[in-house]
Design a binder for this molecule. Structure first.
Ligand SMILES: [Zn+2]
Length: 171
């Protein structure tokens, strides 16, 4: 998935937004996406308030790709001044000088492996446990617990401490 998606994701069970996003492994950067189209997309998203600054502050990166991580830090800093109720005009004005950069981070970078975690009900959902980049946000009764546990146990040691506390490995 791309970072953009996190702006609109909510917990499928308790509907909480934003979710925490842990990037475990970055994927490729897709530079085939045209700037003009992305520009239209992001301005439209801002206007409709689909960009969720609190979501962006909930990104945690575990992958060690320094270049991408620096970009994400800069990305978070950029949105730091904004809340969910931002004025689209003000964000648009601020974003215009950083547009290329924001488009790169938000739309072009893939997350191959990751975890989405609900801060409210503490459920977690894997990204890329079956197919790289695909988040699996299933209700409890449809989850494959064995597969989920296998996935999280591979990455468990890398998770930040406060997440480890909530994400339990079942035996
Ligand atoms: Zn929830």
């Amino acid at each position: 998935m791309r970072l953009w998606l996190q702006n609109i994701l909510a917990c499928p069970i308790c509907k909480t937004h934003p979710l925490q996003l842990v990037v475990l492994k970055w994927g490729d950067v897709d530079s085939s996406l045209k700037g003009d189209e992305l520009k239209k997309m992001i301005l439209n998203d801002i206007e409709k308030r689909l960009i969720s600054p609190p979501s962006i502050q909930n990104i945690i990166v575990v992958d060690e790709n320094e270049l991408l991580n620096e970009k994400v830090e800069r990305f978070k800093t950029f949105f730091n001044d904004f809340t969910l109720e931002y004025e689209p005009e003000i964000l648009m004005r601020k974003i215009s000088s950083e547009l290329e950069f924001i488009m790169d981070v938000m739309y072009r970078v893939n997350i191959n492996k990751g975890v989405l975690k609900c801060p409210e009900c503490k459920r977690w959902f894997p990204i890329g446990s079956s197919i790289d980049g695909i988040p699996e946000m299933l209700p409890d009764n449809l989850r494959d617990k064995i597969k989920d546990n296998k996935f999280i146990s591979l990455w468990f040691d890398k998770l930040p401490g406060d997440l480890k506390k909530d994400i339990r490995l079942e035996c």
